[in-house]
Ligand binder design. Structure first.
Ligand SMILES: Cc1ncc(COP(=O)(O)O)c(C=O)c1O
Length: 398
């Protein structure tokens, strides 16, 4: 009786049509969705193991690394963050962490929970952490173990340069960790060329795969540090030396791999390389430029520091007197477009428009500009009708 009531009242879930232009997840290609619907294999089936090898090879290519230990962690981007920090840090180690938004703040908290002494290198939200600040922090530390920065700060839209900080970390004998959750497959990451010792990402941003896996890569210096640990990694689930035995040659069961998510990631990566990395980066830049031109024509401004604005995440300052939430609701209800709200101190002050992976296309830019113009007019902000579209069109025509 109870069971029949439940099945009668809880029908099949049919998600409404959406254009995902928020901070992630982004739209997913039908081929990726189809891959997820493929029959399951066991996590030690030779066919699945062969598929895991493809995922590792493709991940190395997208990270720009020869690192053998390049694998997807089971879990979202935060699981990758936690995996990197709990494996690389031991209690009382010193970690220098750039904090200029939500995700630097989160890294600092995870590192503290791992028992590390955290030196926060702070910058205003929307700005980058400058290399001189990192250097000054490193000078204060005796034996820093790790420097960590967020490459693409999704909460603010700031595009953090990494090369100088990586060089400084090495000069001070520290490892260099980069959060590439939002940057991977949208802008160059180049792990080996930049000298990144460890990095993590997420599947639901520019890889355009559903959320659920967190690709990580560990280079030789990071692996050496793992080997020198005096204490066991506090997390059994995220202990890389255990995970490496499943993803490496031994194939020892650790936990049941999320089979369908790995199929999806493989297909999403195949799509990335069918397009080509350079073409993909150029596409993200082009649509960002068109969006920025359209926003400017409407009298809107981007919140991140000029010269360091991410292509795939555009934090737009909400003009005075506009109800931030009502505009987002109008986009969702009238056009099925999701954009993101501000987080932390930027709550109510910015909209976050993502142009990530599959969502990063001309139709998205044009539609969101039209929808925003309409919503702003309803809020009483007069913008010259069609000016945003004309400015975006000029970028595309150039
Ligand atoms: C830069 C950055 N780091 C880490 C995360 C955490 O990822 P997740 O929400 O997938 O756990 C996010 C998510 O938006 C992010 O943008």
């Amino acid at each position: 009786m109870y069971k029949s009531c439940v099945s009668a009242s809880v029908g099949e879930f049919r998600p409404p049509a959406r254009l995902l232009l928020g901070p992630g997840p982004s739209d997913v290609h039908p081929r990726v969705l189809r891959a997820m619907a493929a029959p399951l294999l066991g996590h030690l089936d030779p066919a699945f193991i062969a598929m895991m090898e493809d995922v590792k090879t493709l991940l190395r290519a997208v990270f720009g690394t020869a690192n053998e230990l390049t694998i997807p962690i089971s879990g979202t981007g935060s699981a990758g963050m936690e995996a990197c920090l709990v494996n690389l840090l031991e209690p009382n180690d010193t970690a220098v962490i750039g904090v200029n938004g939500v995700f630097g703040t989160r890294m600092a908290e995870v590192a503290e929970r791992a028992g590390a002494r955290v030196v926060r290198v702070e910058a205003a939200w929307g700005e980058i952490v400058r290399a001189e600040q990192v250097e000054a922090a490193l000078r204060q530390c005796t034996q820093p173990k790790l420097v960590a920065l967020v490459h693409a700060e999704t909460s603010t839209g700031a595009w953090q340069p990494l090369a100088d900080a990586s060089r400084l970390a090495r000069a001070h004998g520290a490892l260099f960790l980069a959060d590439c959750v939002t940057s991977l497959a949208g802008v160059p990451v180049d792990v080996d060329a930049v000298g990144i010792d460890a990095a993590y990402s997420g599947t639901q941003k520019c890889l355009s795969c559903p959320p659920g896996l967190s690709p990580v890569t560990f280079g030789p210096r990071a692996i050496e540090a793992l080997g020198r640990r005096k204490t066991r990694v506090q997390s059994w689930y995220l202990d890389l030396s255990l995970l490496a035995r499943y993803w490496g040659e031994e194939r020892v069961y650790h936990h049941t791999a999320p089979i369908s998510m790995n199929y999806a990631l493989r297909e999403a990566l195949r799509l990335v390389f069918e397009e080509g990395l350079e073409a993909r980066y150029a596409r993200h830049l082009l649509h960002h430029r068109a969006l920025a031109a359209g926003l400017e024509a409407m009298g809107l401004t981007l919140a991140a520091q000029p010269g360091h604005r991410l292509p795939m995440l555009n934090a737009v300052t909400v003009p005075d007197g506009i109800a931030e939430e009502r505009v987002r609701a109008s986009l969702l209800e009238r056009h099925g477009i999701e954009i993101g709200a501000g987080l932390g101190p930027m709550r109510g002050k910015v909209w976050r428009i993502g142009l990530m992976g599959e969502s990063c296309r001309r139709a998205s830019v044009l539609l969101v500009l039209v929808a925003l113009e309409e919503a702003l007019r309803a809020e009483g902000k007069q913008t010259p009708p069609g000016a945003a579209l004309a400015s975006a069109a000029r970028v595309y025509a150039a």
